[in-house]
Design a protein around this ligand. Sequence first.
Ligand code: S6P
Ligand code: ZN
Length: 189
Amino acid sequence: MRIMDGIRINLGSGELSRFTKKIVRKLSDMKDFYYDKSAVKEILIRSDPIIYEVYAYETERQDGNLSFATTILYPGKIGREFYMTKGHFHEKEDRAEVYVGLSGTGLMLIMDKNGETKIVKIEPNSVIYVPPYHAHRAVNIGDKPLIFLAIYPSDAGHNYGDIKLKGFSKIVVQENGEVKIIDNPNYTR
Ligand code: S6P
Ligand code: ZN
């Protein structure tokens, strides 16, 4: 009997050996998501850095199916705020998700509907559970790419609208060389 190869993750680059979709997110694709709008403008005059890339293996969007994706979130800052993913609620809000840290160091922001945010470390071999009805965002607080695997129901979908509008209640910034979690001045409950 033939033994099939599984899909492999290149732990150096984060690339999947097989994927159905690749996303490249540049600063210009997510300028509303950073709190310091003038820092965004300033950077975009000169360049349009890639903030993160996603390799997704997505199966048919039907109840019961699972999909998975690796994300490579580069190191850097926009003003004082660390590079991060857009972050989203799921379109089907009752869908949960699991994250597995593979490389680099980051934080996961997990926020409920009332704006209560929990923060969990993402590092190699850490497993993070994102419960249903919670928005989630990854932040790279290190100086290497942060690479993680996400496993989610194929019909979960993404709802970026709420986050684009209000952001998360907390943001992650650098202050005097240290990582600080502060209230987002633009967030309204
Ligand atoms: C999907 C899962 C991840 C993210 C990816 C990019 O449910 O949470 O694969 O899509 O990390 O983040 P975002 O917020 O731009 O979709
Ligand atoms: Zn998700």
